[in-house]
Design a protein around this ligand. Structure first.
Ligand code: CAA
Length: 240
């Protein structure tokens, strides 16, 4: 029986690359998405991967969605918490709504998506929880007080849960991507993006497939000694 993996935000961008890489590696994959039905249907028809619509910022929706996945595909072995949004703006211009929405979707989703599966993983003695943080949670980013706070919070969540689950065969790790060539990064104003790319030592944006490769590594049965870690994939930007 192949292992079952759920990828949030799994039909576009980095999430789509993760879903397809897991499928190619033999996992049975459920790709969650929140809103873009058209992209999800296209992804499903192109890849044959099952898609499931729910809001990762809503606890009840996550519980119901994860139950549906388990009914359809079997017990969940791997959760990739990838879904995230930005509502960029300098703090002096940031609305309370922009703050709350990013914390809800990017950070509270960690609890919402993990709590419903953790008992099953503990009982079965196996689990892989892989949380997508960001270089901007590690080093901060102007215009992203909300997003940087949420992405730094993911790192704390990961470490705490790694300690709780270490004796249960469950590993909990983060990946901290740098700037990856996705719609989210394409939305950054051009003059700002030019400055950002100039500050990346490898002198290019990352590829979604390069993050998917990190997920495969951490999801593997053989990665059982790696827990509570943050794998940085940023082209050297953190050092620059
Ligand atoms: N790096 C360097 N300089 C930056 C910068 C950055 N990340 N963000 C803003 N600046 C600079 C601008 O170039 C500008 O400089 P000048 O005054 O010399 O022209 C100055 O700061 C003010 O910026 P704006 O004129 O753009 O001010 P604004 O109030 O209109 O907008 C902003 C501010 C919303 C923060 C906008 O600059 C912006 O969207 N910046 C990008 C923020 C960012 O990096 N977001 C990452 C999105 S991708 C992502 O989050 C994925 C991931 O995990 C990496």
């Amino acid at each position: 029986m192949s292992r079952v993996a759920v990828v949030t935000g799994g039909t576009r961008g980095i999430g789509a690359a993760i879903s397809t890489a897991l499928k190619s590696a033999g996992y049975t994959v459920a790709a969650n998405y929140a809103g873009n039905d058209e992209a999800a249907e296209k992804f499903k028809s192109q890849t044959g991967i099952a898609v499931y619509k729910w809001d990762v910022g809503n606890f009840d929706a996550c519980s119901r969605g994860l139950s549906r996945v388990e009914d359809d595909l079997g017990s969940i072995d791997v959760v990739v918490n990838n879904a995230g949004i930005t509502r960029d703006g300098m703090l002096h211009k940031m609305t309370l709504e922009a703050w709350n929405e990013v914390i809800r979707v990017d950070l509270s989703s960690m609890f919402n998506m993990t709590k419903p599966v953790i008992d099953g993983m503990r009982e079965r003695g196996f689990g892989r929880i892989i949380n997508i943080s960001s270089i901007n949670g590690q080093k901060g980013q102007m215009g992203q007080a909300n997003y940087s706070a949420a992405k730094a919070g993911i790192i704390g969540f990961t470490k705490a849960l790694a300690l709780e689950t270490a004796r249960k065969g469950i590993t909990v790790n983060c990946i901290a991507p740098g700037y990856i060539n996705t719609d989210m990064v394409a939305a950054v104003p051009e003059k700002v993006l030019e400055k950002i790319i100039a500050a990346i030592p490898v002198n290019r944006l990352g590829k979604a497939e390069e993050i998917a490769h990190c997920v495969l590594f951490l999801a593997d049965d053989k990665a059982g000694f790696i827990t509570g870690s943050t794998l940085s994939a940023n082209g050297g930007q953190y050092l620059a």
